[in-house]
Design a protein around this ligand. Structure first.
Ligand SMILES: Cc1cc2nc3c(=O)[nH]c(=O)nc-3n(C[C@H](O)[C@H](O)[C@H](O)COP(=O)(O)O)c2cc1C
Length: 334
C-alpha cells in the first residue's frame, strides 16, 4: 500500500468517526465471535443439495413476474443470474400461459438460461389449480410444466389478495382440499407458498404432513399484496387485513415445534425462507434456528435490482453471498 493511500485512510477514519457512533444499537440475534474463523476466501463453500439439485449457494429467486410489457427482460436477467450464481428460481404466476401461451413464451421459457442442473419451478395460484381440477383439466398444468421444462409447480395460496383484488377470484373449496386433491391426481413436484402474509400453525401442520417438495414461507414483513391490491382498487387508508399474518421468525418457531411434535409424520422436509428477508444475515439467522434443509428467498429485492440492470442484480446477489459467508464465519445465533 502506498504511503499516500495509507495517509488518506487514516485521515478518512478521523473525519468519518464522528458520523459513525453507534451508541446502543446492536443486533440482538447473534453472539459475535471474532476469534474463531479466518476471513472467508473465494473457495468458501456455500453449496448444498436442495430439491434434488446441487446449488452453489442457499439462495432462491422467489416468484415475481411474467406476462407484462417489460417482464420478459426482467425474467431473463433473473434466470441468467440464477445460472451464474448457481441458485434456484421460481417464476411468477404462469396464468397468462393458460390463456395465451405463445404470446408470453419469452417471459416463461427460461430453462435454457437457467440450465438443467438448477431448480426452476412454474407457478400458479390456488384459484387456477382449483378451477382446472374441478373441470378435470389438470393435464393443462402437466403440459405447462413439461413444455417449459420446469422441475415442478409452485402453488401460491393468497385468499386475502384475491379478496381485495378488484378482479380477484373466489375459492370454492378450502385451499388445503385443492392441494390434497392435486397431490393425489398428479405426479408433479409441488411447492406451496403464500405471497407475503405467511402461514399460521394449523396450515403449516397440514402442509408438513403432505408429500410435497417444499414449503415457501412468503412471510409477512416485506411486500404486502393486501396493500398493493388496495392501492390498485383506488382505496385510501389501511385495510385491516393487510396487518394480519406471520413473520418469518414466528414461522420458524412454529415449524420447530411442529417438526418436533410430528416426528415421522412430517413428509415435507425442505423450506424456502422468504418474505421480508432484508439480507443474508436475516437468512442466516432463520436458517440456523430452523436447522433443516433450506434456502433464503428474496422477491422484491431481486425484482428491484433486476429492473435496474443485470449488473445491479449481480451486485445484489454477490453482496448477499459475501454477507452469508461472513455471517457463517462470525455470527452465532444466541
Ligand atoms: C412484483 C411482485 C410480483 C409477485 N408475483 C408473484 C407471483 O406471480 N406468484 C407468487 O407466488 N408470488 C408472487 N409475489 C410474491 C413473492 O414471491 C413473495 O412471496 C413476496 O413478495 C414476499 O417476499 P418479499 O418480501 O421478498 O418481496 C410477487 C412479489 C412481487 C414483489
Amino acid at each position: 500500500m502506498s504511503e499516500n493511500s495509507l495517509e488518506k485512510r487514516k485521515n478518512d477514519h478521523l473525519s468519518f468517526a464522528s458520523m459513525c457512533q453507534t451508541g446502543f444499537q446492536c443486533d440482538p440475534r447473534f453472539f459475535y465471535e471474532p476469534l474463531l474463523a479466518p476471513h472467508p476466501d473465494k473457495n468458501y463453500d456455500l453449496s448444498l443439495t436442495f430439491l434434488g439439485k446441487k446449488l452453489q449457494a442457499p439462495f432462491w429467486i422467489s416468484s415475481i413476474t411474467g406476462g407484462g410489457k417489460t417482464t420478459a427482460i426482467i425474467n431473463q436477467r433473473l434466470a441468467l443470474a440464477a445460472n451464474k450464481f448457481g441458485i434456484g428460481m421460481g417464476v411468477g404466476s404462469c396464468r397468462p400461459l393458460l390463456e395465451e401461451s405463445e404470446r408470453y413464451e419469452q417471459d416463461f421459457n427460461l430453462r435454457h438460461y437457467v440450465g438443467d442442473g438448477l431448480p426452476l419451478y412454474g407457478n400458479l395460484g390456488i384459484a387456477q389449480v382449483e378451477d382446472l381440477l374441478l373441470k378435470k383439466e389438470i393435464k393443462k398444468i402437466e403440459d405447462l410444466v413439461s413444455r417449459y421444462c420446469y422441475d415442478g409447480l409452485i402453488i401460491h395460496v393468497n385468499p386475502i389478495q384475491e379478496w381485495i383484488q378488484p378482479e380477484g377470484d373466489r375459492f370454492k373449496r378450502p385451499p388445503l382440499e385443492t392441494i390434497e386433491h392435486f397431490v393425489r391426481e398428479s405426479g408433479i413436484k409441488i411447492i406451496v407458498k403464500e405471497v407475503g402474509q405467511g402461514f399460521g400453525p394449523s396450515s403449516l401442520e397440514a402442509l408438513l404432513k403432505l408429500p410435497i417438495a417444499a414449503i415457501e414461507f412468503g412471510a409477512k414483513g416485506g411486500t404486502n399484496f393486501a396493500k398493493i391490491e388496495e392501492i390498485r382498487a383506488g382505496s385510501v387508508g389501511e385495510n385491516p387485513l393487510s396487518s394480519v399474518g406471520h413473520f418469518a421468525g414466528e414461522m420458524v418457531n412454529i415449524l420447530a415445534k411442529l417438526l418436533d411434535r410430528l416426528g415421522d409424520k412430517v413428509l415435507c422436509q425442505e423450506f424456502i425462507i422468504s418474505g421480508g428477508i432484508t439480507s443474508a444475515v436475516d437468512g442466516h439467522y432463520y436458517q440456523q434456528l430452523l436447522n433443516k434443509s433450506s434456502v433464503i428467498g428474496f422477491a422484491y429485492l431481486m425484482a428491484n435490482a433486476a429492473k435496474s440492470s443485470s449488473e445491479e442484480l449481480e451486485r445484489f446477489i454477490s453482496n448477499q453471498l459475501d454477507l452469508l459467508k461472513m455471517a457463517r464465519s462470525y455470527l452465532v445465533v444466541r
